[in-house]
Ligand binder design. Structure first.
Ligand code: GLU
Ligand code: MG
Length: 437
């Protein structure tokens, strides 16, 4: 049949959905320069198919300015159209930055850290998801049999990532039936977020071609197991030297990293508004499900808000590998906004000279006394979107890191989703979000 190559210019909106406009591929060169038109109110879509009250109404125009570095062209060689898309900044029609653009907000945060400290972050997002076509048995956790029974999915998915220019670190069958996880090596923050989006899209693209589907939703059923997004990060200087590790620091944490972690702990309740931004997020963030529900720094603890991760091999490899993991995050987050706010929180912790709270070692904060927790800066993290947004409102320092217009629409958008789901059972929330993410 006749066909014309189609390319999409996309962006991730406030609920992390990837939306955009298509154009004939032969026009891409031209449109990379000029952009494609976009409607401001489009950023007010919720994940549930509604439009949150939009301050933009029917007025105005912006444009999607695709970043050539994000080009994805993956032909699955199965007769279906290739996946062709770019990720974009949202700009004003004169090409200047639109103040509500999430990807530009991350660029601000990267620049603020560089300007103040000369440092940058390397980050990577670890994604868990359920593959509908897994044929999994209840006892298939990490099993070779699980990889066998999920058929072609894993190999086609890895090939798709490779064709999209994404290096994979590991791919595994996880704990829940039909759950898989993919990890990537760290990269600069912008690339880490672009890759987080491309990974999810390639998983969907693969599943669709196999007549199935995947879901990255944080919980697929109220009593099931969660799909987390674990954000790994470490600090690096401008000569590409790792600076998070110091053998003489507490648990190996260097001075700058101590301040950075202290800032994240200080601002973590408000950070949840960005890292766990949906009603379904809080069905995952429950105690003893290997997610972060406390604002603690835990040494090699998978229930800590921030985990100090292990390193492997000889001492000379430690500094390069040493990294931290923010665990109270999921795939309903916009990755750019989430990482931007983590960067701001860490940067402010360094600037304010905050002392790192004592990391917990082999202890559950639940078992500590109120006093002990207070001494270590450990609080129970918010348990709903409303509580996280209230924490954000109260944390004027963190909230002030975003352009006011972006902060305002974010709060309106998240509130709309919470209000919409207020009367829904946990079961219904899971079902509706499972279909979207
Ligand atoms: N599935 C867990 C989560 O919801 C994480 C399990 C793990 O540590 O791999 O975050
Ligand atoms: Mg995992």
């Amino acid at each position: 049949m006749i066909h014309e190559d189609l390319t999409m210019f996309c962006y991730a909106d406030l609920s992390g959905a990837v939306r955009g406009k298509g154009l004939p591929a032969r026009l891409v060169e031209k449109r990379l320069k000029s952009g494609v038109g976009w409607t401001p109110t489009n950023i007010m879509y919720t994940a549930l198919g509604t439009i949150a009250p939009s301050p933009f109404l029917a007025f105005g125009d912006v444009m999607l300015k695709a970043d050539p570095k994000t080009r994805v062209e993956v032909d699955f060689d199965d007769g279906t159209p290739a996946e062709r898309f770019y990720l974009s900044d949202v700009c004003n029609t004169d090409g200047t930055r639109w103040e509500c653009c999430p990807r530009s907000a991350l660029k601000d945060a990267i620049e603020a850290l560089r300007a103040e400290t000369g440092l940058t972050l390397k980050a990577t997002f670890e994604h868990e998801f359920i593959y509908e076509g897994a044929n999994a048995g209840a006892a298939d956790m990490y099993a070779l049999e699980a990889i066998r029974k999920h058929g072609a999915f894993g190999e086609v998915f890895l090939a798709a990532l490779s064709h999209a220019g994404i290096e994979v670190d590991s791919y595994l069958s996880e704990f829940a039936a039909g759950q898989f996880e993919v990890t990537l090596p760290p990269s600069d923050p912008l690339a880490a977020c672009d890759r987080a989006i491309i990974v999810k899209e390639m998983a969907r693209a693969t599943a669709w071609r196999l007549g199935s589907s995947v879901s990255f939703a944080p919980r697929l059923s109220p009593n099931g197991l969660g799909n987390g997004v674990h954000v790994h990060f470490s600090l690096w200087d401008e000569n590409d030297k790792p600076v998070s590790f110091d053998a003489d620091g507490p648990h190996g944490v260097s001075k700058p990293a101590q301040g950075f972690l202290a800032g994240i702990v200080r601002h973590m309740p408000a950070l949840l508004a960005f890292s766990a931004p949906s009603p379904v997020s809080y069905l995952r963030l429950v105690p003893h499900s290997w997610t972060g529900v406390w604002s603690n720094i835990g040494l090699r603890d998978r229930e800590a808000g921030i985990r100090i991760c292990p390193t492997f091999g000889s001492a000379d490899k430690v500094a390069k590998q040493f990294n931290f993991e923010y665990r109270a995050a999921d795939a309903t987050a916009n990755p750019y906004l989430m990482l931007a706010m983590i960067l701001h929180a860490g940067r402010m912790g360094m600037a304010d000279g905050l002392a790192m709270p004592e990391p917990t070692v082999n202890v559950d904060p639940e078992d500590m006394s109120e006093d002990e927790r207070a001494k270590n800066g450990i609080v129970r993290l918010p348990t709903s979107v409303g509580a996280a947004l209230a924490a954000l409102k109260a944390d004027t320092k963190l909230a002030g890191c975003l352009p006011q217009a972006l902060l305002d629409i974010f709060v309106i958008n998240r509130t709309a989703e919470e209000e919409m789901t207020a009367e829904w059972s946990a079961e219904e929330i899971c079902q509706r979000y499972a279909r979207v993410y």
